[in-house]
Design a protein around this ligand. Structure first.
Ligand code: FAD
Length: 241
């Protein structure tokens, strides 16, 4: 079932996507990701699998009691296209290994900007968050203002390039937070769960939450079904609410 996971690409936001480019253990391996976690834990006793029921029980025990290192034995490598407003938050997760497209090498294209489908209101009780939506529709005045801003920024960027300004400086004319970038990003299952716990939560910004949701639904849960079940059970314990 996980055979098709590598190379699978899922669309996110208006122009973004996320693709799994590698997974350890490889889906073709005789050992599943969940079993790799269990086997790593059992090295304490120099043992391995003891049958599905006992293996799954051990995995739940490990996650519940925060025996985290066995979960680091599974690794996901993604290629991700996301706007800078998403990366700005993603890069704070220091346990990911990342490589980014460089605006110093690669010129930006005219449609490389994020256009939101709806405009969210400022939250009344959380200074950092948004809630609900403005009555304004996507084709409304705000979106037209944004598109005009992108057009002008891109026009100035192109003009600077034509005048011989370097790519690394010409990009100063672009609307920064909206620009789409492609990154390669690798993380182990333990730190991915930390990312998912924080970025799938209701208080995470929508523009990163949709990426976290896509990772969970399309890659994490299919690759690690037992771990995903345990994660759902223990990721948000009542005593931490
Ligand atoms: C809703 C929300 C709002 C936020 N608002 C802000 C904000 O206003 N301003 C802001 O600056 N950030 C903000 N952040 C980012 C937040 O502070 C974290 O930087 C980010 O969530 C990454 O979490 P992390 O450090 O647990 O992840 P990682 O960096 O992946 O680290 C995972 C874990 O590894 C350990 N670790 C990693 N590196 C070190 C280290 N050098 N020393 C010790 N332990 C380490 C820690 O236990 C850490 O929890 C926000 C995050 C969220 C989810």
């Amino acid at each position: 079932m996980t055979d098709e996971l590598i190379g699978k690409r899922v669309k996110v936001l208006d122009k973004g996507w996320i693709e799994l480019i590698d997974l350890m253990p490889h889906p073709a391996s005789a050992v599943s990701g969940d079993l790799a976690i269990v086997n790593a834990a059992r090295v304490s006793f120099l043992g391995e699998s003891k049958g599905a029921q006992r293996d799954k029980r051990l995995l739940f025990y490990l996650l519940r009691h925060r025996h985290t290192s066995p979960f680091e034995m599974v690794e996901f490598k993604f290629r991700v296209r996301a706007p800078l407003v998403t990366w700005w938050q993603w890069v704070r997760h220091r346990t990911w290994n990342m490589n980014a497209q460089s605006g110093r090498y690669t010129p930006f294209q005219e449609n490389d900007f994020y256009v939101p489908a709806i405009w969210r209101r400022q939250s009344a009780d959380n200074k950092q968050a948004s809630e609900g939506r403005l009555a304004e529709q996507p084709s409304g005045e705000l979106t037209q203002m944004l598109l005009a801003h992108y057009e002008e920024g891109y026009r100035l960027y192109s003009q600077a390039l034509e005048r011989g300004v370097s790519k690394e400086m010409a990009r100063l004319f672009l609307p920064g937070f909206s620009v789409y970038y492609t990154w390669v990003a690798k993380v182990d299952a333990h730190n991915l769960m930390q990312f998912l716990r924080l970025r799938m939560a209701d208080d995470a910004q929508y523009e990163i939450r949709v990426y976290a949701d896509a990772i969970y639904q399309h890659f994490f849960a299919p690759a690690l079904p037992w771990t995903a079940e345990a994660f759902q059970q223990f990721a948000f314990p009542a005593d931490e609410a």
